[in-house]
Ligand binder design. Structure first.
Ligand code: ZN
Length: 80
């Protein structure tokens, strides 16, 4: 793996973490069905892998995601 690829991988991982921190919510069905387990963290419009609950919020927009990266100081701009 070149250092560029390693760098890109780190940026993608940071971006994913920032998106989850800003937009993620704990799955309410997980909390209800399995209160002792860690609930899944759902992004807007994402389905829970455990129980199939779908977050009702609309998908994040490109602008919301890029603003999230700016706020987190991540050097990434998503393009359509
Ligand atoms: Zn769930």
């Amino acid at each position: 793996m070149t250092s560029d690829m390693g760098e890109m991988f780190n940026v993608m991982r940071e971006a994913r973490r920032a998106r989850r921190a800003k937009f993620g919510i704990p799955c309410p069905r997980c909390a209800e069905k399995r209160p002792k387990a860690q609930p899944s963290i759902l992004l807007p419009n994402q389905a829970c892998k455990v129980d199939g609950y779908i977050d009702p919020r609309p998908h994040t927009t490109l602008e919301q995601r890029n603003e999230c990266y700016r706020e987190a100081g991540i050097d990434l701009v998503e393009q359509n």
